[in-house]
Design a protein around this ligand. Structure first.
Ligand SMILES: Cc1ncc(COP(=O)(O)O)c(C=O)c1O
Length: 404
């Protein structure tokens, strides 16, 4: 291996489950990144909706370094101040009475699903174990969460999947009426499908799920891993919908780039996760908790949340202007700073072709499935960076249209 790692080292040393771009970013500040060659990029990808305050935000750097000089890790044999402060802050800001801390979205969802099954088992018996989820949903890459997720390509080829999982159609309440019964323990849903194509839930759909869950004593789980921690313009998307789940999962922007996850629930449900039922060595890690607390406190303010709504409007205006010029998008949608642009029929399935062109123009973006260009930038991205990023996107789209 040479002194400076290269992209070739990835193919040499890493398990081949990813195919990263050629450029290797080495430094970030706010919504800008620089690679090994010193090339600068505007970041509309945000580490897949993770860098909620951009790169190296001073508030997060301060929280991390202060904690790094104090205490790194204890395990759950002891508790620690940052974990307790984070849990209290989440409880005070949401519907929740109790919090379980972990290190990722998949882990938070794994905990949520196990909690739901155990709660139903304890309160109703063995039979109440079925989980209703939705086609195209995404809940993580553990074996339980890929099985509950609605994209079979992620669970196929790994042997038998856990049983008792059924999938309805997102935004189609009738499809759920046919699946839910006394044997159902949980309905798991993203308030806005992220990986599935940036599709916001209809308010009536979420309310209908709540009513069905109440009728059958089923736990409603909102996976807010991607939509949470300010992403949609409120701390959690459920607060905008006015529909309250029994369990909510959070990760991604919660840590602003530091790995952390949280499962939030109520006093009615939490006792099922009794001593010894579940755990994680790193859950409630002091470094992760200190950063997440700083992120939550910074994001959950009127200035930042209002700013997200304003920036959403800017994103829409710019994307619509690009579309007026080039006609590549069928629909622009999303909430807050999780924005999707679905490709027009003439460009069906070609969202990913924009990414390398955008990168060459100095812009990082994402896709959500083959047909949707996705943007999940910093929640505090400067307006000048939005304008410059969109100018670069326009050039990338023009090249797509020109067939370059
Ligand atoms: C809605 C949702 N749930 C869960 C996950 C999994 O989170 P993680 O990759 O942190 O395990 C993701 C990641 O994209 C997600 O978008």
């Amino acid at each position: 291996m040479s002194q400076t790692p290269t992209r070739a080292d990835f193919d040499h040393y890493m398990v081949p489950n990813y195919a990263p771009q050629q450029a290797i970013p080495v430094r970030g500040e706010g919504s800008r990144l620089w690679d090994q060659e010193g090339r600068e990029y505007i970041d509309f990808a945000g580490g897949i909706a993770v860098n909620g305050l951009g790169h190296c935000h001073p508030v997060l750097v301060e929280a991390l370094t202060a904690q790094a000089n104090r205490l790194w890790h204890l395990s759950n044999v002891y508790t620690n101040e940052p974990a307790l402060a984070l849990a209290r802050s989440l409880v005070e800001r949401t519907f929740a009475d109790k919090v379980y801390l972990c290190s990722s979205g998949g882990e938070a969802n794994e905990a949520a699903l196990k909690l739901a099954r155990r709660w139903a088992h304890d309160h109703h018996g063995e039979h109440k174990h079925r989980i209703v989820s939705f086609a195209q949903s995404f809940h993580g890459r553990t074996f339980f969460t890929v099985s509950v997720g609605g994209q079979p390509k992620y669970s196929q080829g790994f042997g038998p999947v856990p049983g008792g999982i059924v999938h309805g159609q997102f935004n189609d309440l009738d499809s759920v009426r046919n699946l839910i019964d006394d044997d159902t323990c949980a309905v798991m849903v993203e308030p806005m499908q992220g990986e599935g194509g940036i599709i916001p839930a209809d308010p009536e759909f979420l309310q209908g799920l709540r009513d069905l869950c109440d009728a059958f004593d089923v736990l409603l789980i909102f996976d807010e891993v991607q939509t949470g921690a300010g992403r949609t313009g409120s701390l959690y998307a459920y607060q905008q919908y006015g529909v309250t789940p029994d369990i909510l999962t959070s990760a991604k922007s919660l840590g602003g780039g530091f790995p952390v996850g949280a499962m939030l629930t109520t006093d009615r449900v939490a006792p099922a996760m009794a001593i010894g039922t579940h755990g994680s060595t790193y859950g409630g890690n002091p470094l992760a908790s200190a950063v997440a607390l700083a992120a939550v406190e910074y994001i959950d303010t009127p200035e930042v949340l209002e700013g997200i709504k304003h920036r959403h409007d800017l994103f829409r205006e710019h994307l619509e202007a690009i579309n007026r010029q080039h006609g590549v998008f069928k629909e622009i949608r999303g909430m807050g700073l999780l924005v999707g642009a679905e490709m027009a029929p003439a460009y069906e399935g070609r969202a990913k072709d924009i990414l390398p062109l955008a990168l060459e123009e100095g812009l990082m973006a994402l896709v959500a499935g083959p047909n949707v260009l996705r943007m999940a930038p910093s929640l505090v991205i400067p307006e000048a960076d939005i304008a410059e990023g969109m100018a670069r996107l326009e050039r990338a789209v023009a090249r797509l249209v020109a067939g370059q």
